[in-house]
Design a protein around this ligand. Sequence first.
Ligand SMILES: Cc1cc2nc3c(=O)[nH]c(=O)nc-3n(C[C@H](O)[C@H](O)[C@H](O)COP(=O)(O)OP(=O)(O)OC[C@H]3O[C@@H](n4cnc5c(N)ncnc54)[C@H](O)[C@@H]3O)c2cc1C
Length: 402
Amino acid sequence: MISHYDVIIIGAGAAGLMCAMTAGQRGRKVLVIERANKIGKKILMSGGGRCNFTNLNIEANHYISHNPHFCKSALSQYTQWNFIKLVEDHGIAYHEKEMEGGEPGQLFCNDSAKQIVEMLSSECDKAKVKIITKCEIKNVSQDNNNLFQLICNNKKYSSESLVISSGGLSIPTLGGSDIGYRIAKQFGLNSYELRASLVPLIFTDCLKTLCSDLSGLSIIATVSTANKSFTGNLLFTHRGLSGPSILQLSNYWQIGESIDIDLSPNIDLAKYLNEFKLQSPKSALRTSLSKILPKQLVSQLEFLYWHELKDTKFADIRNKRLDGIASQLHRWTIKPAGSEGYRTAEVTLGGIDTDGISSKTMQAKTQRALFFIGEVLDVTGHLGGYNFQWAWSSGFVAGKAV
Ligand SMILES: Cc1cc2nc3c(=O)[nH]c(=O)nc-3n(C[C@H](O)[C@H](O)[C@H](O)COP(=O)(O)OP(=O)(O)OC[C@H]3O[C@@H](n4cnc5c(N)ncnc54)[C@H](O)[C@@H]3O)c2cc1C
């Protein structure tokens, strides 16, 4: 016995659920198949449990893709304002998070990310969408009538349209899988190289000890690669560096590349240190730096870079040396050994080449009625609600077309 549907969607994450409710509202008979024991697991874990569900400033320049124009059509067909209205219609209270130096416009639930999953689930119920959990799709095929055929838990399913919303590789325990890339290949679509992103960076040299000793400490810093800079919170962890500024940078950082950190982006340190020397010639360098940077960080940097000045009075440090220290603190160049990888990465960078996909509907150009949405595509957002907005927008346009 084969159960037939108009549309089958693989993956009940953000994109799949949005696509399902949109198609269901159009009267399509929809089945969503999810391998986890419950739907929307990443939504539940997102934004520290409060889900940063969109951003007030959604624009294409917040997305990384080999085709930077691809995301524009979907983002304009279903905007942040459409999603905000849905959230408001469901009575979910939300707020914009104020963050010093961080990404502006981030919207979070006041109470819980669970409300977003409940909202999507109730919209799916209303639209008579059927959802099956604990059912892993291993492969798909097509019969002679061009219907898609799937088998899971020993049951056979078929559909006219098939939507792949299986996400990327990040956090396997929350659903990360490669099925979407395999199905893309099966139907003649290319994929770009995949990489863990929005992810902490790690160190293996003496900086690992420094980071570990400072673990839990956070400062405002500007972090840069050769062509991208972000200002915001930087967090020292047991293995390296994290926090919003580092996560943002990880979208751009290449393995083997050094990063520059401005530890004092708001204060001109050369000026500050020279003035301090004039006013307090008998005090130590450490004393002046500890007024603008955490004391533990100053001690660690002193140990690594100017240990010989530990007991020297300010008056005895030459201005040139002070200027050198100031510029090192404004441009602390360090080389991460790698990233924490898919175990903790919020997203997968790269993915299915959008050249093979219609930007208006997300339908594959090589295969009628096959759609790819969300993170599985080569579209990755900055930190700040951009990835969920991509999932909502791409899910919506496919839901209108399936
Ligand atoms: C910890 C964490 C926090 C995050 N916080 C935010 C945030 O606050 N704001 C933001 O914008 N983005 C955030 N993100 C990123 C965001 O969660 C993703 O970009 C988004 O969930 C992608 O949606 P998706 O539907 O494409 O994929 P997913 O949400 O990953 O959904 C894919 C679904 O497919 C299922 N699946 C996979 N393979 C199979 C298979 N073979 N058979 C059946 N089902 C399968 C998975 O179990 C999963 O449920 C966060 C990510 C993580 C990991």
